[in-house]
Structure formats: structure tokens, C-alpha cells
Design a protein around this ligand. Sequence first.
Ligand SMILES: Nc1ncnc2c1ncn2[C@@H]1O[C@H](COP(=O)(O)OP(=O)(O)OP(=O)(O)O)[C@@H](O)[C@H]1O
Length: 337
Amino acid sequence: MIEVKSLVKVYETKKGSVTGVEDVSLKVEKGEIYGIVGYSGAGKSSLLRCLNLLEKPTSGEIYIDGVELTSLSKGELRKARLKIGMIFQHFHLVSAKTVSENIAFALKAAGTAKTEINERVLELLHMVGLSDKKDVYPAQLSGGQKQRVGIARALANNPSVLLCDEATSALDPSTTRSILSLLKKINRELGITIVLITHEMEVVKTICDRMAVMQDGKIIEEGNVYDIFANPQEPLTKDFVNSILQFELPERLRKEREGKLIKIYFQGEIAEQGVISDVFQKFKVRGNILHGKIEYIQEIPLGIFIMEVSGETLEIDRAIDYIASRTRNLEVIEDAA
Ligand SMILES: Nc1ncnc2c1ncn2[C@@H]1O[C@H](COP(=O)(O)OP(=O)(O)OP(=O)(O)O)[C@@H](O)[C@H]1O
């Protein structure tokens, strides 16, 4: 379990103080995948790097599995850090060492017996799907393969926590998906708690259980990923959610309508019920779906549809009231009726 209490990180620069993190408190439960999103400069890296004291907090407390890191001596901190693995956007592999040597390095640093190192390296390479690359150098690997080495190295000393610093931001979408599914597998099979920072909602949507949104050094919204997608509160959170869920109708389609254009948000099991087909059975209206999208977040559907409803005005209104009563959110976006 990770607990952060009133964390502040201020950088002293020649031009004065710069606040990286401003009074952040959060808890990540054991075995959770927790995502922190925010635009550049929001303070995500500062917060993540404080979690293993790569960056020394200005004030506040960091607990990892009940141990308060800021109170540890250098030696104790070195030991505690072995339980916190970290992977990076640009992998940070040693180019003059082979894949095996990069991983073995982490084991040696932790004092692992020589006789055990080779076997553990092979086990780790198998886990990340790189058994055939053990003797090659990082330059001979693709970005996704480099990140797999980074993951193997981070897992070398059986950490309980894995910190991911924009781990997929340098990768193409399909490699991103394969790295995310590896992270999920590690989380589920080894029970490792994962904290990741990203500016991509797609990453959070794909693997996180809970998430926080950061802005100007603060956490402005936090919660279960589905709840945040279904019901974002803060304008910035809405922006992030819209980057995945939102779409606009072309102007021509908006104008050339005769009925009412409505936008319907379906959540959870409602998306699986036949609300739309029921409407056509119950009311004398015609419907034409012009746009629609269903996203599955934590395997729960979340859908948005834009539909034109036409017919007699009274009947349209009754149909719209009916849809509104069976869905959480409905917006009339154009009214030509
Ligand atoms: N070493 C440093 N010295 C001075 N200021 C810093 C340092 N590191 C970060 N900052 C400042 O702290 C604030 C937060 O930066 P941080 O890198 O944590 O944000 P971020 O959300 O991770 O952004 P990015 O994704 O661009 O790294 C910014 O104003 C940044 O300029």
C-alpha cells in the first residue's frame, strides 16, 4: 500500500522557487493500478519521483507498505528502494551492456548471490517474452523490446510497487497496447501495485483501476476510472475524458435536420438494454442515429449516441422524456421540430 500525506515539492532555481507538487495526499491500495494524468508541467513526474525519493520532498510523508521513507537513513532507504521498481519513457538501459547484463546489474546491486543471478535473469526474460534476446545489446532492440528489458530489470528484486514514468509515451499504439497488457499481467500475476503517470487517457482507460487528475501541482479530481469517465466534474477532467469519448457532428448534418437532435449518454447495463428500440415501440416517432460510440472501461460499457428524433412535437417530447428517464444524461443539441 502507498500513502502520501501532504506532499510538497518546491524546486529552488536561480530564478526563484518553482512548485512541482502542492499539498498532495493520496492512497493506493495493494494490488491496484493507479493512473495519474495531467498536461505537461502539472507535477506528475515530481510526484512520482517523490514516491521513491528520487526527488526529496520539501515536506510531507511517503509510506510504502507502512514504512515512512523520508525518515529512513541512507542505508535503510537503499534497502526500501529495492521494493520499488521503476520504468521510464526512454528506458534508461546501459547501452554497453547486453540485455542480460542490464538485468543482472540490478540483481548484483541488491547483493544477489552470483549463482542465483543467471537463473533469475532467464526467469525475468521469460516473463517479459524476451528469452531469445538475452545476449543482444539495447541498440539492436525495438522500443517495445527495450521497455520489456526495463520492466524485467525493474522486477528483478521482487518489488511490491512498480512506478511507471510515461512508460509508453515513446511507443506506437500497437506496441503501447502490448506493453500495457504486460503491465496488467504483472499486476494480476505478481500482485504488484502499479502507479503510472501519463498524459494519455487511453492508457488510463486500458489498465487503471483508479485515477487522479493533476493540475498546477495539485490533484483536482480522483476516483474509480469508470466513474470519472462517466461523470467527470472538473473542466480539465472533462477535457481528458472528451479526448476519448467526445465527437462532434459535421455542421451540415446539424443543419439539415427536421426533428430534434439529441445526444444520449448510456452507462453500464443501460447500454445493453434496448432503450432505443423500446422508444420506437412506445411512441410514434422516427429515429435516425447519426453518430455513436461505445467504449468499454473496466469492461463496463459507456456509450454516446447522437440521434435525430422526428414526428409530432408532442410525441417527440414524450419520447425524449422517456429516454431521459432511462438514461443518466440526455442533451437536446438542435431543435428544428
Ligand atoms: N529539477 C527541476 N528544477 C526546477 N523546476 C522543476 C524541476 N523539475 C520540475 N520542475 C518544475 O515543476 C513543475 C512540475 O513539473 P513536472 O515535470 O513534475 O510535471 P509533469 O506533469 O511531469 O510534466 P512533464 O510531463 O512535461 O514532465 C514544472 O513547473 C517544472 O518546470
